[in-house]
Structure formats: structure tokens, C-alpha cells
Design a protein. Structure first.
Length: 197
């Protein structure tokens, strides 16, 4: 950093050189309104602002770090998968519906928008999969990390009699993405509501 700032997950700094200052931010960096919104939605995110001159290193439980460059578009990411962003990027919350519930993360998710970079974390290197109008994509809710672009989501259930008899494939729920954009998935599945069925 050369006098600029980043917003990062509280406690994620592991080392730095030079002169840095750290300040806790309210409401996930969105001020009082963000704090109220996040409490109502349950999409909690504790953020600090890091300013200074030098190099600051961030990490979270040895997770893989993936940089996503935004050029005016919006990134949808679970708060737990967002490590840090350029200070110029705006964060907010949005309704996800059954996709969030199937992951066990609730009905809302975090958005990041503007121009700059965001660092997202995943269990193993995230893979960015392209979705086009001709090629929709089905994703396991436990492997989903984030997405960008003009995408519509549809929750799909493959629950049938065999599932209840214990003969299911273990892939009872998926999220179908249609439109144009990128979906980031990780090579490891979280425990989800869908994974327990």
C-alpha cells in the first residue's frame, strides 16, 4: 500500500512491514445503516480498515485466496468467504432465497460492487466456471463460493423415494445458474442442509 486503504476481515492480518493503522468499521464497512441491515438479515461481517505505507499480509485458517477484479460489476459472496477488498468497493446485502438456505447460510448474502479487487477465500483453489445462455450450470450448494454477472438462480431438488430409503446419490440439491457470468466453486464441500438429506 502507498497511503491507500483496504477493508479486511477483522483479525485477518498475519504480518506487515512499514507503517500501518488498523481501525474497526461499523456494519461491515457500511456504517450504521449497514449494521442495522446486517443484524436484520443475519449476514454478519466484522471488518477493519487498514491504511498505510508498506505491505500487509492477510490470511484466514490457511484457506486459498482468490483475487477477483471488478470493473463496475457486482460480486455476490458469502460474508465468510470475503477476506478483503479495495476501500473504494462498496459492500451491501441482498436476498438469495433458497440458495442461501440450502447452504445453511441464511436467506441473504454479501454484495461487493464497483471497480477494484476483492479477495475471496475457499477450501482449495476456487475454479471460475463460465455460464452462458446456451450453457447453464448446476452447482452443489456446499461447493458454491461466489458469482458475478447477470445470472438467475434456481434451487433444484432431486429428492425422491430412493433418497428417503437411503439409496440416494448424495446430490439431492443443486443450484442452477442461467444467464451470462462466472460462478466460483471450491473443490471441497461444506456441510449443508442439502448434504444432510
Amino acid at each position: 500500500m502507498t497511503g491507500d486503504a483496504v477493508k479486511a476481515k477483522n483479525g485477518s492480518m498475519v504480518a506487515y512491514d512499514g507503517q500501518m493503522s488498523f481501525k474497526k468499521m461499523t456494519g461491515g464497512g457500511e456504517g450504521l445503516r449497514g449494521m442495522v441491515t446486517r443484524r436484520l438479515t443475519g449476514e454478519q461481517m466484522a471488518v477493519m480498515e487498514v491504511k498505510g505505507h508498506g505491505t500487509c499480509y492477510f490470511a484466514d485458517r490457511a484457506s486459498e485466496i482468490n483475487l477477483v477484479r471488478l470493473h463496475g460489476e457486482k460480486l455476490y459472496v458469502e460474508a465468510g468467504n470475503l477476506l478483503c477488498t479495495d476501500a473504494a468497493l462498496r459492500t451491501g446485502t441482498t436476498f438469495t432465497g433458497l440458495r442461501g438456505a440450502s447452504q445453511g447460510n441464511g436467506l441473504f448474502t454479501t454484495t461487493v460492487e464497483g471497480s477494484g479487487q476483492a479477495a475471496i477465500i475457499s477450501h482449495g483453489p476456487a475454479v471460475a466456471l463460465r455460464v452462458t445462455k446456451q450453457s447453464p450450470l448446476q452447482v452443489d450448494p456446499g461447493a458454491y463460493v461466489a458469482h458475478t454477472g447477470d445470472l438467475r438462480q434456481q434451487f433444484q431438488s432431486g429428492v425422491n423415494f430412493r433418497t428417503f430409503m437411503g439409496e440416494g446419490s448424495g446430490e439431492a440439491f443443486q443450484i442452477r445458474f442461467e444467464g451470462e457470468g462466472l460462478v466460483y466453486v471450491q473443490p471441497s464441500e461444506r456441510e449443508t442442509v442439502g448434504g444432510d438429506v
